[in-house]
Ligand binder design. Structure first.
Ligand SMILES: [Zn+2]
Length: 260
């Protein structure tokens, strides 16, 4: 394999891992913000329920006070009944007593309805408090996880950056320039040739080039895909049937790690 390509392969692994780490770090504030928004939403729900419960309590206190006034009124009117002098006065008082009685029953009904609503709100509040506590704990975990990921990724990125700085000067400048340009536009600049195809763009490699790529007497040549422009390399382990794909993957990974 051409010595530049040999170094571009681990360089690309470094660049891809660096990019992945950067993307993961970039996503952290979003993940923490999502957990914070969830927690704030549940907290608002809890506050709303507490307010509703307080409103119902207030309503019932007011209904009880009104009912008490009506009962006092009835008592007063009953006392007045003893002093009535004619039937018209008695009928008028009876009407008033009946009306006050109806009012008291209406208030008792309203109070009952309010108590039923409060029962539902109380049960909802228990659940809301549990959910709120869980969301707060989850937010805390998310914050810790983000801090941990940030510190691990920063340390790992420093290692990768150092390896990258070591590796880049060992590559011919023009090749490195092409690598940077293609990586920028296509995401990757080095692709393996697999089954007569460029693994980068999935286009067929012309048979003549495919044969040349696999010919060991051409090992110093640099091949590029005619469709996407990526540097092409060929891994002889691909064509060795006695090796399983998993082992081959391991061998490439091991080689990259060794080269760092
Ligand atoms: Zn291609």
């Amino acid at each position: 394999m051409n010595p530049d390509i040999e170094k571009l392969i681990p360089l690309q692994q470094l660049d891809l891992e660096l990019r992945r780490l950067r993307e993961e770090v970039d996503a952290l504030p979003r993940q923490v913000a999502a957990a914070a928004a969830r927690s704030a939403e549940l907290q608002a729900q809890q506050i709303k329920l507490e307010e509703w419960i307080a409103t119902e309590d207030k309503l019932r206190r007011s209904l009880e006070s009104d009912a008490r006034s009506q009962r006092e009124r009835i008592a007063r009117q009953r006392r007045q009944m003893d002093a009535v002098t004619n039937a018209a006065q008695a009928t008028a008082l009876e009407h008033e007593i009946a009306f006050a009685g109806t009012e008291i029953r209406r208030m008792e009904d309203l109070e009952l309805e309010s108590m039923e609503r409060s029962e539902t709100f109380d049960a909802d509040l228990v659940r809301a408090r549990e959910a709120n506590a869980a969301a707060e704990a989850s937010l805390e975990r998310e914050r810790l996880r983000a801090a941990d990921t940030l510190s691990r990724h920063t340390a790992r990125s420093r290692e990768l950056e150092a390896a990258r700085r070591d590796l880049r000067p060992q590559i011919t400048e023009a090749v490195l320039g092409s690598y940077d340009r293609i990586s920028k536009s296509r995401g990757t600049a080095v692709a393996e040739g697999v089954d007569g195809q460029c693994a980068g763009c999935r286009m067929k490699v012309r048979p003549q080039m495919w044969n040349e790529l696999r010919d060991r007497s051409n090992q110093d040549r640099i091949f590029t895909c005619e469709s996407c422009g990526r540097f092409l390399f060929w891994d002889p382990a691909r064509d060795a049937p006695q090796r399983k794909p998993a082992e081959r993957e391991e061998s490439i990974a091991a080689r990259i790690v060794r080269s760092l």
